[in-house]
Design a protein around this ligand. Sequence first.
Ligand SMILES: Cc1cc2nc3c(=O)[nH]c(=O)nc-3n(C[C@H](O)[C@H](O)[C@H](O)COP(=O)(O)OP(=O)(O)OC[C@H]3O[C@@H](n4cnc5c(N)ncnc54)[C@H](O)[C@@H]3O)c2cc1C
Length: 314
Amino acid sequence: MPDLYPFRVGTNMAGPVLLEHGTIAQRDRWVRNMASGAEIWCQMFSEPDAGSDLANVSTTAVRDGDGWRLNGQKVWTSRGEYADWGICLTRTNPDVPKHNGLTMFALDMRSPGVLVRPLVQMNGDSHFSEVFLDDAFVPDEQRIGETHGGWTITLAVLAHERAGADRSAPTVGGTTVPLWLSRMIGTPALADPVLRDRTMRLYAFDETIRLTQLRTLANQRAGRKPGPEGSGMKLNGARSFKARAALQATAGGAHALLSDWDGHVDLLTAPSMSIRGGTDEIQLNILAERILGLPSEQRTDRSVPWAVARRGIA
Ligand SMILES: Cc1cc2nc3c(=O)[nH]c(=O)nc-3n(C[C@H](O)[C@H](O)[C@H](O)COP(=O)(O)OP(=O)(O)OC[C@H]3O[C@@H](n4cnc5c(N)ncnc54)[C@H](O)[C@@H]3O)c2cc1C
């Protein structure tokens, strides 16, 4: 199975959203190249002051002739170093409440004024970057959705990201046995009753994720858009990845402390699963408020112009 990671923002997030919200010209221009892998996309949402509170982005886009000038800083931009295009969330009106003044663009990552600086992670990779935008020009035809309608596009991208089909562990051949379990079968670890119990619990959990994924895919094939239920998928996917990494480390014994151990990268990657794509706490908030209908948490900046609310916290 080839590694499809580089292509996922295009195929799983920006592509489906262009099909839902893009113009015909935009779909013609980008979607085919996303599907063929000819062009790689990255997601430019997070900023130093806008992660969980994503609607707080402060990268500006200001009208300039037949396009826009972008200024600001993005961070944690996975694939940023080698991406051709970025789906980039900007602020186009600071004088309205934060969700109402945002606009989404497709940014050519090789435009003048785009500087990408890779960041090194604790697992040794540097797959994400910080990106500085200094008067980068974007033609208006690269605006995705309505001017000031960027929050709608953001929610659509995030829903696709969280419902994404890559959450459960890969299986072996045509079976439902996950790769991690196939690696443990026949090892001394499974002779230990406590580890065997943990393994089987995790297998059962993983299987529920796989089946939920199949349901999500069936819904998408039937033309239904993913909604807040993707947060459950995101949460369980992170829990499964972390439990798997911890189980394998326990089974690996002292050797698992060494960097030449097979599961080393997974072990050091595991904590990030609860952060990327929105943290566990944010997924729990979404599930509580939008699925269970529980009272929402206090939000004092919803009806205040962004520029005013921002001065309040500065
Ligand atoms: C490996 C990796 C890859 C990433 N790739 C990308 C990418 O390609 N593109 C991109 O745009 N971003 C990317 N991100 C960024 C990621 O989306 C953010 O890190 C994430 O949304 C959290 O934002 P933050 O880091 O600013 O933390 P903060 O928002 O500052 O959160 C700090 C802590 O406070 C908690 N918290 C915050 N608000 C609440 C609340 N209302 N209720 C309860 N708890 C709360 C959080 O759960 C967290 O524990 C990536 C991150 C990682 C780790």
